[in-house]
Write a protein that binds this ligand. Structure first.
Ligand code: NAG
Ligand code: NAG
Ligand code: NAG
Ligand code: NAG
Ligand code: NAG
Ligand code: NAG
Ligand code: NAG
Ligand code: NAG
Ligand code: NAG
Ligand code: NAG
Ligand code: NAG
Ligand code: CU
Length: 623
């Protein structure tokens, strides 16, 4: 008895020492369409929560349990929520990506996410079912930590999101993106760029005050440069990893990246200073007239003083030289991980397949979702779970051994930059080429440089660590992590257009431990039933023979070697005509064609796939 209360006394002390008791924080999200016009240019449908948009910020303290009840009332669209950067250590089933760790939640269904938060910093949450977060379904997720090394160094906190913004629904953009008319894979160009989901804002500040500013790029596509004229600041966190303070005056945030910075305001209240964001135009295939790439908001010291427009040092991004994230030293000084037990080598390519659409590849695989969420395959496969083949030929699944040091080499055979994100982990960034400089994000000289293990830069002693990293154009990245978090984790480009065209692969981490630790709550299985998605079996939903993948989802067939991009459309047409014997062909879903009188085209026959070819219409746009 005495001993029991003695222990009890100490656990109370432990709680007191922690500062505050870990609590459960619950959010009820009714997800519906609402309308918004954040750039003043176009009112549109956006995904709202409890009738509101911008979406609420999720605020928790380190150690809390977070419960999010999501009720999908969109009526016409499936959804899910990924809590970006959360380790979900022991709760892989709460990670959120559809067909990876859960079924898509169909309209009319709901799901509960429930997990403890044992990390801190600046994160975000977003829909992770094919094409859903560019419609506005994303918000900030902040994890406060009284024990942060800089906790006593600031007076107030400011959260600033930045994002690209489209005027069209993502389903209409998708139809244009994945189409015969877009054989080069040009991504949809945003209509504007927002700061904190609006424009022209004044962020009111007090003089001689230190602010912790949390920056999040929760866009779908375009990276942005950020600076405040005449101000410097200290970086103290990158993607949830505290860093040795680093002085900087400009940052680049790809989509999905975050920073926390400490900024001390000036003593004088005479002037206001432009907060300048510049969209990374190197990602855009075209820059339409009227698209404002650089935007000014204000650090406002004085309401009545003038609010000057920011001055961008060059009309394009090449004059901008942001702070390098490669040399950020994690505050915990975690050393370079030892030589890897396992190495994964993949190369990014963009290519056309037999449909004529442009797909994204890691090696020769364009990620194609399995018929059963891969986590559910792990749980129903018994001993076969350790064999990557059961996850299918098109999910690019790699089985990792528990606690192995994994090295991932990512080469870029593409001339665009790609922000890659690994779920469930932060990784060390141990090599990256070409070297950092003003043209880093737009490196177009010469051929791709692949990683050469016999000739590389020396690895840093304390490598930078984060959860989303930019793979430079035609360069490479080498990252390391420890497979100490059993689960199925997707590794993917965070440009939503590239994810949906296949730039992803799956880490099946310690499947035997997943089977011991993970149990799926009933409501998650109910979601599968409501969505008519099987939740047992291999990638082809075969529950009898896990090695029989007949009927699995497949990427379209390869185009025979030797075809140029121009030849592809012709080839696809001749194949389609040969197969279905029609002359004229109509693509469904192209907004401009939908609005046209179809009698302009050869009469389609009603019971076949029809595609109409319109001359000079490589990039259809909406009127
Ligand atoms: C922001 O200001 C510009 C003029 O500088 C104006 O054209 C634009 O409509 C404003 N946007 C919003 C959302 O207020
Ligand atoms: C969600 O909708 C249900 C009924 O449709 C309502 O009872 C509930 O209060 C709503 N929740 C919130 C947080 O608005
Ligand atoms: C969340 O999970 C905890 C631990 O499993 C459980 O005790 C609690 O009831 C769950 N809460 C909800 C709302 O499901
Ligand atoms: C950003 O927007 C949110 C509303 O979405 C608002 O509560 C917050 O005050 C804004 N932050 C700043 C710094 O203006
Ligand atoms: C602002 O004023 C405080 C005290 O009045 C002083 O300590 C500080 O150095 C001043 N800061 C600047 C940037 O001049
Ligand atoms: C604010 O700006 C106005 C106009 O420039 C100036 O007259 C005034 O003194 C300033 N106020 C403060 C508190 O600095
Ligand atoms: C903003 O950027 C555009 C190009 O995107 C450039 O033409 C313009 O000069 C820039 N504005 C300023 C004030 O620098
Ligand atoms: C990719 O290449 C491997 C090895 O050459 C081959 O076994 C596999 O079938 C290929 N996959 C696809 C989808 O082409
Ligand atoms: C996985 O299963 C396939 C098909 O049964 C077999 O050929 C292969 O050797 C297995 N691989 C491993 C690592 O056991
Ligand atoms: C090693 O890499 C450097 C820098 O990329 C290159 O200049 C050099 O030629 C390479 N050396 C060999 C032996 O490949
Ligand atoms: C997950 O938790 C285990 C302890 O249960 C720990 O060893 C491991 O480092 C954690 N992994 C991550 C990524 O948090
Ligand atoms: Cu990409």
């Amino acid at each position: 008895m005495a001993r029991f209360s003695f222990l009890g006394f100490f656990s109370l002390l432990a709680l007191a020492a922690y500062g505050c008791e870990a609590k459960t924080v619950t959010y009820d999200f009714n997800v519906t369409w609402v309308t918004a016009n954040p750039d003043g240019l176009q009112e549109r449908k956006v995904v709202g929560i409890n009738g509101q948009w911008p979406l609420p910020t999720i605020d928790v303290d380190k150690g809390d349990r977070l419960v999010v009840n999501m009720n999908n009332k969109l009526g016409d669209k499936s959804a899910s929520i990924h809590f970006h950067g959360m380790f979900q250590n022991g709760t892989n089933e709460m990670d959120g990506p559809s067909m990876v760790t859960q079924c898509p939640v169909p309209p009319g269904s709901s799901i509960t996410y429930n997990f403890t938060v044992d990390q801190s910093g600046t994160y975000w949450y977003h829909c992770h079912t094919e094409y859903c977060y560019p419609d506005g379904y994303r918000g900030a997720l902040l994890i406060h930590d009284d024990d942060a090394f800089f906790a006593d160094d600031y007076d107030e906190e400011i959260v600033l999101s930045m994002t690209d913004w489209y005027h069209e629904l993502v389903e209409d953009l998708e139809a244009q993106f994945m189409s015969l008319y877009n054989p080069s894979g040009a991504e949809p160009v945003p209509g504007s760029f927002l700061l904190n989901d609006t424009m022209n804002s004044s962020i009111s500040v007090k003089p001689d005050t230190t602010y912790l500013i949390r920056l999040i790029n929760y866009g779908a596509f375009v990276g942005q440069y950020f600076y405040i004229e005449d101000h410097t600041f200290k970086i103290v966190e990158v993607d949830g990893v505290y860093t040795e303070p680093k002085e900087a005056s400009m940052l680049y945030l790809s989509v999905a990246q975050r920073y926390a910075i400490l900024l001390t305001t000036k003593n004088s209240t005479e002037k206001n200073y432009p907060i300048v964001t510049v969209a990374d135009s190197s990602l855009l295939d075209t820059i339409p007239d009227g698209l404002k790439l650089n935007n000014t908001n204000w650090l406002e010291y004085n309401k009545t003083a003038s609010h000057p427009q920011g001055i961008v040092k060059a009309a394009d991004s090449t004059g901008l030289n942001p702070s390098d994230d490669f040399d950020l030293v994690p505050y915990d000084k975690q050393e370079l991980l030892p030589e890897p037990d396992m190495e994964i080598d993949v190369t990014v390519y963009m290519k056309n397949l037999m449909t004529g659409f442009n797909y994204a590849f890691l090696n020769n695989i364009s990620y194609t979702a399995p018929k059963v969420p891969a986590l559910y395959t792990v749980l129903s496969a018994g001993d076969a779970a350790g064999n990557a083949s059961i996850y299918g030929d098109f999910t690019h699944s790699v089985v990792l051994k528990h606690n192995d040091v994994v090295q991932l080499v990512l080469n870029n055979a593409d001339s665009g930059s790609h922000p890659f994100h690994l779920h469930g982990h932060q990784f060390q960034v141990i090599d990256r080429q070409p070297p950092y400089g003003p043209t880093f994000y737009d490196y177009l000289n010469g051929d791709p440089i692949p990683y050469d293990p016999k000739n590389h830069s020396s690895f840093p002693k304390y490598p930078s660590r984060r959860d989303t990293i930019v793979l430079p154009p035609q360069g490479y990245l080498v990252i390391r992590f420890v497979a100490d978090n059993p689960g199925v984790w997707i590794f993917h480009c965070h440009i939503d257009w590239h994810l949906s065209s296949g730039l992803a692969m799956l880490m099946i981490e310690a499947p035997e431990k997943i089977q011991e630790r993970v149990s799926i709550p009933d409501d998650h299985y109910e979601v599968c039933k409501a969505a008519s998605v099987p939740y047992k079996g291999n990638a082809a939903a075969n529950t009898e023979d896990f090695f029989d993948l007949c009927g699995q989802n497949e990427q379209p067939a390869w185009i025979p070697a030797g075809f140029t991009k121009r030849g592809i459309i012709a080839l696809v047409f001749s194949v389609i005509s040969a197969v279905i014997g029609i002359v004229s062909i109509v693509i469904y879903g192209l907004a401009d064609i939908k609005n046209k009188n179809l009698t302009d085209f050869a009469a389609p026959s009603s019971d076949q796939d029809e595609v109409v070819v319109e001359e000079n219409s490589a990039r259809p746009t909406k009127e």
